[in-house]
Design a protein around this ligand. Structure first.
Ligand code: FES
Length: 223
């Protein structure tokens, strides 16, 4: 077995470890069960037991500790709040202990490298099913204000500060997917961020919206 690809399991859940061993042997990797986290730039996957008190903190430290790793967490019993908190903290996958290895294998098949820095909980999909237009406004310390729009049955997230002079775009009129800045009339497509009319001369940033378990999260990429 090659130790080039390392799966580090923080926690000693026997069922999870068995599943990880199986996955590792299929992928030419090795499992390292550890009690305490340590920095390791070559780690391929880190699996964290969400029962650990420092589980959310570990996600925030990923860039320093395991810059290239896929970060997965598991729950021993259903806990919706903890599950959402873990996704929000930036785990790439959160699963029950029984399904972790299977879901991890599936996720690794399409994973191309660390991308998501964090997720912001935006809305519950059921709550906005019958509402169109602006359905949420959030403020992300790293990215600034973000508005969530429900257009044509799909949720879109776009920067909410007008690049011209900073007005709150989502307070302007929305026509289909086009928002008009309430201050000087610049227009943007909220699906792509494209600037359609000045005086602004830049687009607005857009963000992926991922729906998991009926909750829409805005995904902020790592810089
Ligand atoms: S602030 Fe939006 S167009 Fe001027």
């Amino acid at each position: 077995m090659s130790a080039e690809r390392r799966i580090v399991a923080l926690g000693n859940d026997a069922l999870v470890l068995r599943g990880l061993e199986r996955l590792a042997s299929e992928r030419g990797a090795a499992v390292l069960a550890a009690d305490a986290p340590r920095e390791d730039a070559d780690t391929w996957v880190v699996v964290v037991d969400l029962a650990r008190a420092d589980a959310l903190e570990l996600a925030a430290q990923r860039r320093d500790r395991w810059p290239g790793a896929f970060l997965a967490a598991f729950l021993g019993s259903p806990d919706r709040a903890r599950w959402e908190a873990a996704l929000g903290a930036g785990y790439d996958l959160v699963a029950s202990r029984g399904s972790l290895a299977r879901e991890l294998g599936r996720a690794l098949d399409t994973w191309t490298g660390p991308r998501i820095a964090r997720r912001l909980r935006a809305v519950t999909v059921d709550d906005v099913a019958g509402r169109l237009g602006v359905v949420a406004r959030l403020d992300d310390p790293g990215s600034g204000p973000i508005a969530v729009y429900h257009v044509g049955g799909t949720l879109y997230a776009a920067g909410d500060a007008c690049p011209h002079a900073g007005a709150t775009l989502s307070e302007g009129a929305l026509d289909g997917a086009v928002v008009t800045c309430p201050l000087h009339g610049s227009q943007f497509d909220v699906r792509s961020g494209e600037r359609l009319r000045g005086p602004a001369d830049l687009p607005v940033p857009t963000y992926r919206v991922a729906v998991e378990g009926g909750v829409a999260f805005i995904e902020i990429d790592a810089p």
